[in-house]
Design a protein around this ligand. Structure first.
Ligand code: PMP
Length: 292
């Protein structure tokens, strides 16, 4: 079945949703995006995603030609046109069509597209058994260069890390920053639980400020769990009671083994389970409604 895609002001069948080979998003990774999820006829944390998108655009000094309110409507209307109430949404803004040089001034108009597809759920088994990770040699980009806080189309750094995990036969990788502190996984933020407290790296370590991360920190505080943002090393991961990842696609996923060491008792922990339950409840009530 063909999807209906939003592309530069029009809703078109996917066969017609084509972007120029001169688009600098394709030629240079010059663009930004969001991965968003809809649950139960609502778009989860849509405002947070849109704010991050428009903030990413500021660092690229890219003027998005439509307002944040209009962008919200693009997301909702794309879902409606595909009759989707539970979905994965990919919203992309590139620098647009230019010439073969990399000068962004040669690109007069950004390209905007929005894809809403039915969601590929991770097997429930993963949430019950947990996954294994290794620390990889590829370091997270330094904030002084391609800042990981900007959700840009430059994912090569993360792809290198994913390739290392693939070679080792595990599904995920822990990426460290230049100083050797834990930054994040290839497409997810990382949390530890130690002595009942929730620990996650601070943003300045060099990572994406995840929407799910912020939601989970709020949920933990509502439960009276102390949340600490501090830098930590692999040693802290190995001696933690629990470890889990957060991200739009993965939600909260437990990690039970890192670099060959069992985390805690090698099973998903109680804090993870409580927070996953809270998170799934929140997805029922948060965000704008798609079909009234
Ligand atoms: N880090 C990276 C590198 C990511 O790509 C993602 C997914 N967007 C995340 C963290 C998690 O962010 P969010 O919770 O906003 O999906």
């Amino acid at each position: 079945m063909s999807l209906t895609i939003y592309l530069d002001g029009k809703y078109v069948p996917e066969e017609q949703a084509v972007v120029s080979v001169f688009d600098h998003g394709l030629l240079y990774g010059d663009g930004i995006f969001e991965g968003i999820r809809a649950y139960h006829n609502r778009v989860f944390k849509l405002q947070d995603h849109l704010v991050r998108l428009y903030e990413s655009a500021r660092t690229l000094a890219m003027e998005i030609p439509i307002s944040i309110e209009e962008m919200q409507e693009v997301v909702l209307e794309t879902l409606r046109r595909n009759n989707l109430r539970d979905a994965y949404i990919r919203l992309v803004v590139t620098r647009g069509k230019g010439d073969l040089g990399l000068d962004p001034r040669k690109c007069p108009r950004p390209t905007i597209f929005c894809i809403a597809a039915s969601i590929q759920l991770y097997p429930e088994e993963l949430y019950e058994k947990g996954l294994e990770m290794i620390t990889v040699a590829t370091r997270r980009n330094v904030p002084e260069a391609c800042n990981p806080r900007v959700k840009s189309l430059n994912y090569l750094n993360n792809i290198y890390a994913k390739m290392e995990a693939n070679l080792a036969g595990v599904p995920e990788a822990i990426m460290l920053n230049q100083e050797g502190y834990v930054a994040e996984a290839t497409g997810d933020n990382i949390f530890l639980v130690k002595n009942g407290k929730l620990i996650t790296p601070p943003i300045h370590v060099g990572m994406l400020e995840g929407v799910t991360r912020n939601a989970v920190m709020d949920l933990a505080r509502e439960r009276g769990i102390e949340v600490i943002e501090k830098v930590f090393t692999r040693h802290d991961v190995y001696i933690s009671d629990e470890c889990f990842l957060t991200g739009t696609a993965a939600e909260l996923i437990p990690c039970v083994r890192v670099d060959g060491r069992a985390i805690g008792n090698g099973q998903p922990g109680p804090v993870f389970k409580e927070l996953l339950g809270d998170f799934r409840e929140l997805t029922k009530v948060d965000g704008p409604v798609i079909f009234e």
